[in-house]
Ligand binder design. Structure first.
Ligand code: ADP
Ligand code: MG
Length: 598
C-alpha cells in the first residue's frame, strides 16, 4: 500500500537510467507553457476593455502591441509544451526499455512451467502492455501534471483579481459539478465500480479459457456445455454495464450541463451590476472575460481528475510488472545425478496452480517402468497435462515427489534432466531459427541419415520438400509460418533425433489431419519403442495398446489397468470407450453421407 501512495513519478525514477533530470525538466517546461497559454486571455481582456473605452484612450498602436503580446504568449506556450513533450518522451522511452529489461531479468529464474502457452503469453502481455501504458502515461500525461497545478492557480488568481463577484459566479457551476461527482464517488459508487471491473476481468479470463478450449471442442466434438461459462460471464457483464450506466445517467447529464453553464450565472449578475452602479463598458468587458475563462477552468480541473485516474492505471501496470519478482525462483541442483535407470514414478504428488481453489494433482501415485508405456486419459481439465509437466519439472510439486530412475527430479541438474526427457506437447512452439536448428536443438554429432529418418518418420519430409531452402528455411521470417499440425510434426522429428530415454506425449496427434493421423501414430510408436513413455491422448484407439491406462479425474487417478481390464470394470473408462465408439460411428456416417451427396 505504501508504495502505491508514493508520488507516482518517484516510482518510475529507478527505471530511467542515468538521465533522471528529463522528467522534472518536462514538468518545469510544461508549467511555463501552461502559464503562457493563459496570458493571451488576459491580453484579449485588456484589449476589449480598451475598445469598449472603459480605461482611458487607447491608440491603435497600443492595441497592436497587446495583440502581438497575445500571439507571442500563445506561440511560446506551444513551443514550451513541445520541448516539454520532447523531454518527457525521451524519459518515457528510457523507462519503457528499463522496465522491459527488468522484466526479462526476472523471467530468467522462473520455473519452466511459467512459460507454458498461456502464462508466457500473459507475461509478455504484462510486460508489453505495462511498458506501453507507462509510456503513454509518462510521455503524454505526466507533463500535464505541472499544467494541471499551475493553470488552476493562475486561473483562480485571475478569477478573483478581475472582479471577485463575477469570479464567484463563474465558480458556482464548477463547485456544483464537482460536488455531484464527489457525491457519486461515495462508497456505493466505488463498490459499483469495483464490481464492474471484476466482471470485466471475469469475462476476459473466461474468454481466454474458451479460446484455449476451442481446439479440443472442435477436434473431439464436445458439446456447447464448455461455452456456457463464457456466455454467463458475458451476460453478467452486460447486466453490470447496464446498471452502471443507469446509475450514472442522471448525475452525469447534470454534471455535463452544469459545467457548461457559467453564462447562466454570470448574465443575471452582470445585468444586476450594471443596473446598480452603471459603468456598463467595464462590466461588459469583465463579463466577456469570464465567459471565455470559465470553460477553460472547468476543462483544466477535469484534466486534473483524469490525471488521477491515469496515474492509478500506470501505477497498477507497474505493480503488475514488479509483482513478477515475487515469483519463487526454482532451485536447480548442480551435482550430477547419473541415473542408472529410466523409470518414472509419482509418489503421492499434490500440486495446485497459483490462485486455483482446487488441486490440479491431488495425491497421485503411479509408476512407469523402464521401457513401458503408460497412458493418461480422462475429461478435459482433469489434470493430465499437469502431470506430464510435473514429470518434466515444469513446476515443483507442493507435496510428494516425482522420481526419474529413482531420483527426485529436484536433485537432477537442469541439463541432465532435459537430456533425459523428450516431450511433444500439444502446444509445441518452434523458436525463431532454421528448421535444422529447431530439429537438432543443440544436439551434436547427428548424421544426415538420422535426420532423414526422423524427417520421414515424423512426416516432416513433405513439409521440408515444399520449402525452397529446405532445412535451412528460417521459421517465422518472410511468411514462412507452419500450421499447428506441421509444427507438431517438426517437434516430433526433434524428439526422434533427440532419442531420449523418457518420452512425454501430450495429445501429440491433436492437430493431425485425418489422412496423416495414423502415420503420425506410427511415428509416435517408433519414438516410444523401448522407451519409458507417458502419453496423453484423446483418441482412445491410440492408447489401446498401452501397458497401463490411467483414468485421471479431478486431479486423482480414478481407474487403472489395461484396456481389457478397464472395459471389464464397466466404470469411467468403459463409458468413455462407448462414447468414443459412437463418435467414430457418427463420423463415418457423416463422411458417407457427404460422399453419397456428391
Ligand atoms: N497454467 C495454468 N495455470 C492455472 N491453472 C491451470 C494451468 N494449466 C491448467 N490449469 C488448471 O488445472 C486443471 C488441470 O488442467 P490440465 O492439467 O490442463 O488438465 P487436462 O490436461 O486433463 O485437460 C484445470 O482445472 C486447469 O484449469
Ligand atoms: Mg491437457
Amino acid at each position: 500500500m505504501s508504495s502505491k501512495q508514493k508520488f507516482i513519478l518517484s516510482r518510475f525514477t529507478p527505471y530511467m537510467g542515468k538521465k533522471k533530470v528529463l522528467m522534472p525538466l518536462a514538468l518545469f517546461l510544461s508549467g511555463i507553457s501552461a502559464a503562457l497559454n493563459i496570458l493571451p486571455y488576459v491580453f484579449v481582456w485588456i484589449i476589449i476593455r480598451q475598445i469598449l473605452g472603459s480605461a482611458g484612450s487607447l491608440t491603435l498602436a497600443d492595441i497592436r502591441v497587446y495583440a502581438w503580446g497575445a500571439f507571442a504568449a500563445a506561440f511560446g506556450g506551444v513551443l514550451f509544451y513541445f520541448c516539454a513533450l520532447m523531454s518527457s518522451h525521451l524519459a518515457a522511452f528510457r523507462v519503457e526499455v528499463g522496465l522491459q529489461k527488468a522484466g526479462m531479468e526476472k523471467i530468467r529464474s522462473m520455473p519452466l512451467g511459467y512459460f507454458d502457452n498461456q502464462a508466457s503469453g500473459k507475461i509478455r502481455k504484462i510486460i508489453n502492455d505495462g511498458a506501453g501504458t507507462t509510456h503513454s502515461f509518462l510521455a503524454h500525461q505526466m507533463p500535464d501534471i505541472a499544467g494541471s497545478i499551475v493553470s488552476p492557480l493562475i486561473l483562480l488568481f485571475l478569477t478573483f483579481f478581475v472582479d471577485w463577484r463575477m469570479g464567484i459566479a463563474s465558480l458556482i457551476p464548477i463547485v456544483i459539478g464537482f460536488s455531484t461527482m464527489g457525491f457519486m464517488m461515495n462508497e456505493q459508487g466505488m463498490n459499483f465500480q469495483k464490481k464492474y471491473l471484476n466482471s470485466m476481468e471475469e469475462m476476459s479470463s473466461e474468454s481466454v479459457e474458451y479460446i484455449r478450449g476451442i481446439p479440443v471442442v472442435k477436434t473431439f466434438g464436445q458439446t456447447v456445455y464448455s461455452f456456457t461459462r463464457f456466455h454467463d460471464s458475458i451476460l453478467r457483464y452486460k447486466e453490470m454495464v447496464l446498471a452502471y450506466t443507469l446509475l450514472w445517467r442522471k448525475p452525469m447529464s447534470f454534471y455535463t450541463v452544469v459545467m457548461e453553464s457559467a453564462a447562466f450565472f454570470l448574465t443575471p449578475l452582470a445585468v444586476l451590476m450594471i443596473g446598480r452602479s452603471g459603468g456598463a463598458a467595464a462590466i461588459l468587458a469583465d463579463f466577456i472575460f469570464y465567459l471565455l475563462i470559465a470553460p477553460i477552468f472547468a476543462q483544466v480541473l477535469m484534466r486534473s481528475m483524469y490525471f488521477r485516474q491515469n496515474s492509478m492505471i500506470a501505477s497498477q501496470a507497474l505493480d503488475r510488472i514488479e509483482s513478477l519478482t515475487d515469483y519463487p525462483r526454482m532451485k536447480y541442483s548442480d551435482i550430477p545425478a547419473d541415473n542408472p535407470a529410466d523409470s518414472l514414478e509419482f509418489k503421492d504428488v499434490r500440486f495446485s496452480y497459483d490462485g486455483a481453489n482446487k488441486a490440479a494433482a491431488d495425491g497421485v501415485s503411479f509408476r512407469v517402468n523402464e521401457g513401458e508405456t503408460v497412458a493418461l486419459v480422462g475429461a478435459s481439465g482433469g489434470g493430465k497435462t499437469t502431470l506430464a509437466r510435473l514429470a518434466a519439472r515444469f513446476w515443483d510439486t507442493d507435496e510428494g515427489e516425482v522420481l526419474i530412475g529413482g531420483i527426485n527430479v529436484k536433485e537432477i541438474p537442469k541439463d541432465e534432466l532435459m537430456d533425459r526427457i523428450s516431450f511433444v506437447f500439444q502446444s509445441t512452439k518452434l523458436f525463431k531459427g532454421t528448421l535444422r536448428e529447431n530439429i537438432l536443438f543443440g544436439k551434436e554429432g547427428v548424421t544426415p541419415e538420422e535426420i532423414e529418418r526422423a524427417l520421414v518418420l515424423s512426416r516432416s519430409k513433405e513439409i521440408i520438400d515444399g520449402l525452397k531452402d529446405g532445412l535451412d528455411t528460417v521459421i517465422g521470417s518472410r511468411g514462412t509460418y507452419l500450421s499447428g499440425g506441421e509444427q507438431q510434426r517438426i517437434a516430433l522429428a526433434r524428439a526422434l533425433v533427440k532419442d531420449a530415454p523418457v518420452i512425454l506425449l501430450d495429445e501429440a496427434t491433436a492437430f493431425a489431419d485425418p489422412e496423416n493421423e495414423h502415420l503420425i501414430q506410427e511415428a509416435l510408436r517408433e519414438l516410444s519403442r523401448g522407451k519409458t513413455t507417458l502419453m496423453i491422448a484423446h483418441r482412445l484407439t491410440t492408447v489401446q495398446n498401452a501397458d497401463r491406462i490411467l483414468v485421471v479425474n479431478n486431479g486423482k487417478i480414478a481407474e487403472s489397468g489395461t484396456h481389457d481390464a478397464l472395459l471389464a470394470q464397466r466404470g469411467l473408462y468403459s463409458g468413455m470407450w462407448d462414447e468414443y465408439q459412437k463418435s467414430i460411428a457418427w463420423k463415418v456416417a457423416a463422411r458417407e453421407t457427404v460422399t453419397l451427396g456428391e
